[in-house]
Design a protein around this ligand. Structure first.
Ligand code: ADP
Length: 430
């Protein structure tokens, strides 16, 4: 039936413990490659493939089909590259999963909490992929681990510029990744932690606290533990943010991907009971250009509003009067210590809500809709540390009539009137 679909079919026979790597050309959205398992068993980043089912991968996909036992697969279409590799770190990753599973078993026995794991390393070493693998393996053996997403540049859970937590209840979908139902999402507002490291650390602590509270009331969540995905920024304040994360989450295990210096530094700086493990990266991980990263971010926002292949959403466009909302930016530009008002520290300025007067430069900005309204002073204080309930994009601003047009996943009216502005912009090309 390869001919029926008019696509070239290529067959690959994989020996045990090897993987087929392929990439689909990035671009305007026309390229697609289908994958079908014909015989044997195989998995994609920890999720098992069904036999004789065609999985479709769109532009820019970089996929590895790994087999423990050996298998035959077909590819339909023209991948940009496709080759089989015998050299993969999968066995080491599986052993890591086995070690974590031992810790969960022990936690169960001793009425303790399960492993809290932080995955670190520079960009493009496969951190997100390792997280996905470990989470999928864990649910496959009946665990309920939590994914903590701290990568504000390339979030696997929500739009860029956010940090979040998600309870994982089933393995990642081969094509779409983890099903994102009811994640807990916080507004950060930019794609790099460096723009406001105080806020970044604050939000990390918020997530840690919420997770710990959940563990207290939910035994399965506690035993399942968490897997924390981090940013690729591993120097200076980025490194400090990792140390902060390890301490606020009280992590037990740190997996360092492909970075010996980082491994040594963390071993030196973290308490001795934290197990720091150096793991190689997979040769299959492809370095992504800045442009590619930007495209992925854009795609993530588009997905939020329009859905993806299997599931289309129909967003709403409506007008919002300036007087009906209050827009804030988190963090005032820093000023020299000597100029700060008495009793105020730099921390205060970075976590401060600064009112934004709507103007034309608001156009295309992504805004988070806070779950809290700024009714009184106390409420206002809690906005920075409260989750958001969704996102809108400003598509047009009319300063004359004091009205802006927004793209929203839900119809009018907005559920809350406190909006937080992101540095991130989205131009809707549909
Ligand atoms: P990081 O989180 O460190 O930035 P990712 O986990 O997002 O890196 O991996 C970067 C890209 O490489 C992703 O598109 C992923 O699908 C791809 N990738 C990861 N592992 C492999 C592999 N073994 N073979 C082919 N592609 C891979």
């Amino acid at each position: 039936d390869a001919e029926a679909s008019g696509k070239v079919c290529t067959r690959f026979d994989l020996e045990k413990e090897t993987e087929l790597r392929f990439e689909v050309e990035a671009g305007d959205g026309s390229e697609q490659v289908e994958l079908e398992l014909i015989t044997g068993l195989a998995e994609v980043f920890g999720s098992e493939l069904n036999r004789n089912k065609k999985y479709t991968f769109g532009p820019g996909s970089k996929i590895a089909v790994f087999t423990w036992q050996g298998c035959t697969v077909n590819l339909y279409g023209k991948p940009e590259v496709a080759y089989v590799s015998k050299d993969t770190p999968m066995l080491l990753y599986l052993n890591t999963h086995a070690a974590l599973e031992q810790m969960r078993k022990q936690a169960e026995r001793d009425n303790e909490r399960g492993p809290r794991v932080m995955v670190v390393g520079p960009t493009d070493v496969g951190k997100s992929t390792v997280c996905r693998l470990l989470l999928s393996y864990a649910v496959r053996v009946g665990r309920r681990p939590t994914l903590v997403e701290l990568d504000v540049g390339q979030s696997g859970v929500s739009v860029p510029g956010t940090v979040s937590a998600l309870c994982i209840e089933r393995p990642a979908d081969v094509e779409e990744g983890f099903s994102v139902q009811a994640p807990l999402v916080y507004h950060f507002g930019s794609t790099t932690p460096g723009t406001n490291i105080k806020l970044y650390n604050k939000l990390t602590s918020c997530l840690a606290e919420v997770f710990s509270q959940r563990c207290e009331v939910n035994r399965k969540a506690s035993v399942g533990g968490c897997i924390i995905n981090t940013c690729g920024w591993v120097k200076g304040s980025g490194y400090q943010a990792l140390v902060h994360c390890a301490s606020t989450f009280q992590v037990d295990v740190v997996l360092v991907l492909d970075h010996e210096r980082l491994y040594n530094e963390l071993k030196r700086d973290l308490p001795h009971f934290v197990r720091v493990v150096l793991l190689p990266k997979s040769g299959g991980v492809v370095e992504r250009s800045k442009e590619c990263r930007r495209e992925t971010r854009d795609e993530k926002i588009r997905e939020y509003f329009y859905g993806f292949r299997g599931l289309s959403f129909f967003p709403f466009s409506f007008e919002v009067r300036f007087s009906d909302v209050r827009i804030y930016k988190i963090g005032a530009p820093s000023i020299p210590d000597s100029c700060l008002p008495l009793g105020m520290s730099q921390d205060d300025t970075q976590l401060k809500l600064v009112p934004v007067t709507p103007g034309r430069d608001l156009t295309y900005h992504v805004l988070s809709v806070s779950s809290v309204d700024d009714g009184d002073e106390d409420a206002r204080k809690s906005i920075v540390e409260s989750p958001v309930c969704g996102f809108i994009v400003v598509t047009h601003v009319d300063t004359q009539t004091q009205v802006m047009k927004v793209l929203s996943p839900a119809p009018r009216p907005l559920p809350r009137h406190t909006l937080l502005i992101m540095d991130i912009r989205f131009m809707d090309m549909k």
